[in-house]
Design a protein around this ligand. Sequence first.
Ligand code: FPP
Length: 253
Amino acid sequence: MGLLDSIDLNKLPKHVAIIMDGNGRWAKERGEDRVYGHHEGVVSVREIVNASAEIGIKYLTLYAFSAENWNRPKEEVDALMELLVNTIRKETDELDKNNVRLSIIGDFASLPLICQKELNEAMDLTAKNTGLNLILALSYSSRREIADAARKIALDVVAGKLQPGDINENSFKNYLYTSAFPDPELMIRTSGEYRISNYLLYQLAYAELYFTNKHWPDFRKNDLIDALLNYQQRERRFGKTSEQIQKNTPQHV
Ligand code: FPP
């Protein structure tokens, strides 16, 4: 029996979010430039996207570039944008063939025009696909997303489309970039850092957090399976007691 067979397909998280950390350190450990690590990181991206689709995960969100990443040296930012364009250009047909639908969250307008063009074409091409939803967080800041949501709500209130009394946890969600997606049940961060780093702060409220020391370029299919197996051993209580959960509710629904 392979590792894959040990996964309980009835207890899969619908949505897995990943902070792909450690490309730079992975490269430095090999005496290479940081950009080499990002290139190897793309190999992991490809493998994890394919494995997620194969396992039956419905939503996969990857933190590919944070709003704060614009502050990195210009050569690294340029290399990452070029890598993004080339990767999208090269992989879109394969994504489409595998029934993957691509979406973006973040400050799309801040991306170079060539990135916007490639991403728009890839999103259009894959828009009808019904398999894995691959969501790339690009130029993404969760605090900005929440502030944007507050601004959009204020505008709707001023326009008379929304009553202040109707603003609650659920209606708030409709104003986030992720309004079309369920909240992640599992968040994975590689490279031994124990931080959320301005990622999906509202959406991760009840997510199980999984940290591994592996750097992103070393994180492959079996590591994803390990994370899923670990997730399946957790008891998700949502504030209730263990006894209540075991008596009343099947887990992981
Ligand atoms: C974090 O490692 C990684 C990034 C900031 C970029 C992630 C990008 C990729 C994996 C490649 C492009 C992605 C797609 C979807 C085509 P780091 O540079 O912060 O590593 P460090 O913490 O060791 O310095």
